[in-house]
Design a protein around this ligand. Sequence first.
Ligand code: ZN
Length: 86
Amino acid sequence: MSTADLAGAIESHSLTTCYYVILNCPDCGELRAAIQDMPTSRFIACPCCQRESDYKISAKGGTTRNLPFWQRGGYWLKLPWQGRLY
Ligand SMILES: [Zn+2]
């Protein structure tokens, strides 16, 4: 699917564009997140312990959820965003 197709699919389904990131916290392990904006910093604060952690962008997509949201070990984290992106 091309980028144009993705944009069209997002628009026709009223989705919010998001970036899926995989964060590796030294204390909490691997966490997955969907965030609205491409991070510009090399690190993202872990939502659990606030530690600045390495991450990589895994995909760009669309979602109907409120952003950002987090997933750890297959479970969605209910905590609100407490870290900072930049
Ligand atoms: Zn952590």
